[in-house]
Design a protein around this ligand. Structure first.
Ligand code: BDP
Length: 486
């Protein structure tokens, strides 16, 4: 029997309840027509959204939103410091209580250097890019006490907390314990947990371990380092196993995890590698039943282990992203939908990987360049006001697979992410008109600039709201205070 995610189940009901099936051009066709500068006659998909406000599917964690960086970013100690006011401002705008996850492939090449100096550089806020590929020889990067003290200042200023990745593949246990002690003492309550090792299920692929390396080998290594850290820091908390995709490792880790493990973690990249010609904007915006099934499995593992799960490293395309996909407006629509899908499936966090001028980075800049939001950042911003809110189930009539609809409570809101090449007319529940509409839009899914997140208080409440193709809207169905337009 096929497994369906809750969202898919709701959509299936919606399809059964469909009052009208709309004919619409396939997205591929629509994009092709747009490129030929022959805009098609517009079809409008008409949908009715019926939330069950008396039910709650999940509550979005106030700490749902996060960013992930390579640990080696700490080798530039001024990057995450209270001196980096531009970056602090962009973090705060994204979430008042976000999570900064430090890890990635390069975490295996960091070197705790308690007495040493950081890499000398005259460039302010030297940025480290996401690691584009695996299996190379990489020079170890020094991490000094100054970097950790500065990180505490950065976290204090932003209100964020950290998940700190310790290396496993090249670990010298005594040094890792020393690093962990200094990090725990310095970050204090700003430290959520440690992780040990990045994507251990790819250690063979990344030539960090010999072929045949499996979960048992990993867990034996993990347990030795974990015990050493816990001996020095009895109250230390851990997240793991921080794998790439393979849920068998998560399942086994959850079953064997000691009580110090407070969070299960894994990674997901929607597409990749960038050299693959099938990695496109169209694919990024299309439904992915395999991923829906993956999310469903995560929910089951987390529920039965009673340990929350976070997507601790994620983005649109692995191997550092793809130009024209990861750095354009489509990634914003994908990221908003993805965040709400994971929140609806009770995941506790989603930390988008980035850094420097990386193609998929939510915030670009550093190394002497100003810090600035990339398109994907705006998709995350759409979710900011939803943090901490309860989600209700919503039945949609005249279902379209490329339109995602979520219902949020207190105040009651409907979020529509129209990834379709047709406009969507959203008919609201009877006697629940729209009072405020926040819109996320850009000239096209391929736009790098011109992205707007605006909020409009309506002069007259509306019984239905049009959400143009390739745009999103958060529709407030109650009167109330309205934050300033972003
Ligand atoms: C992940 C790694 C991260 C890379 C990313 C990528 O953990 O360090 O930057 O892939 O390929 O697997 O972009």
């Amino acid at each position: 029997m096929p497994i369906f995610s809750r969202r898919a189940v709701l959509s299936r009901f919606a399809a059964l309840a469909a009052v009208q099936m709309m004919r619409k051009p396939s997205m591929a066709r629509a994009l092709a027509m747009k490129i030929k500068e022959q805009p098609p006659a517009r079809d409008v998909i008409s949908l009715s959204a019926l939330p069950a406000w008396d039910k709650t599917i999940s509550t979005i964690s106030p700490e749902m939103m996060g960013l992930s960086y390579e640990s080696s970013q700490l080798s530039a100690p001024d990057f995450f410091s209270s001196a980096n006011t531009e970056l602090i401002g962009l973090f705060k705008k994204l979430s008042p209580r976000g999570v900064l996850r430090l890890g990635g492939n390069l975490s295996e090449y960091t070197q705790w250097t308690p007495q040493g100096a950081s890499i000398a550089t005259d460039v302010p806020f030297r940025a480290v890019m996401p690691d584009p590929s695996s299996g190379k020889t990489i020079q170890p990067m020094p991490l000094t006490p100054t970097a950790i003290r500065n990180l505490r200042g950065f976290l204090n200023q932003t209100g964020w907390h950290a998940i700190y990745g310790l290396k496993l593949a090249h670990a010298e246990p005594a040094l890792v314990v020393e690093e962990a002690k200094f990090v725990a003492e310095t970050l204090g309550p700003r430290l959520i947990s440690f992780q040990i090792g990045n994507e251990p299920n790819h250690y063979v692929l990344n030539r960090l371990r010999a072929p045949g390396y499996n979960f048992s080998n990993y867990f034996a290594e993990w347990s030795r380092l974990h015990s050493a850290v816990v001996k020095a820091l009895p109250s230390a908390k851990f997240a793991g196993p921080d794998i790439a995709e393979d849920l068998n490792w998560v399942r086994q880790f959850a079953a064997a995890a000691p009580p110090s493990v407070v969070m299960l973690t894994g990674h997901h990249y929607a597409e990749g590698p960038p050299s693959d010609s099938s990695v496109t904007v169209e694919k990024l915006l299309s439904p992915d039943p395999n991923f829906d099934c993956h999310v469903e499995k995560i929910e089951a593992i987390s529920r039965s282990a009673r340990i929350p799960y976070a997507m601790a490293e994620t983005n649109s395309c692995y191997n550092a992203g793809k130009a024209g996909v990861s750095d354009v407006f489509a990634s914003a629509l994908w990221a908003a939908d993805y965040t709400l899908q994971l929140a609806q499936a009770s995941q506790n966090g989603v930390y988008f990987h980035g850094g420097g001028a990386g193609l998929y980075t939510p915030i670009a800049g550093g190394s002497g360049k100003p810090f600035e939001p990339r398109p994907i950042y705006y998709g995350l911003l759409l979710c900011r006001d939803l943090l901490g809110c309860e989600m209700a189930p919503v039945t949609v009539t005249a279902h379209s697979a490329d339109v995602s609809i979520y219902a949020l409570k207190h105040p009651n809101r409907i979020v529509v992410i129209n990834k379709d090449a047709s406009d969507a007319l959203i008919n609201l529940p009877a006697n629940q008109p729209a009072f405020v509409v926040q819109r996320l839009a850009a000239p096209s899914p391929e736009s790098k600039i011109g992205i707007r997140l605006t909020r409009q208080r309506l002069d007259k409440p509306l019984a239905s709201v049009q959400v143009p193709k390739f745009s999103a809207a958060a529709i407030t169905l109650e009167r109330g205070s309205v934050a300033e337009a972003v």
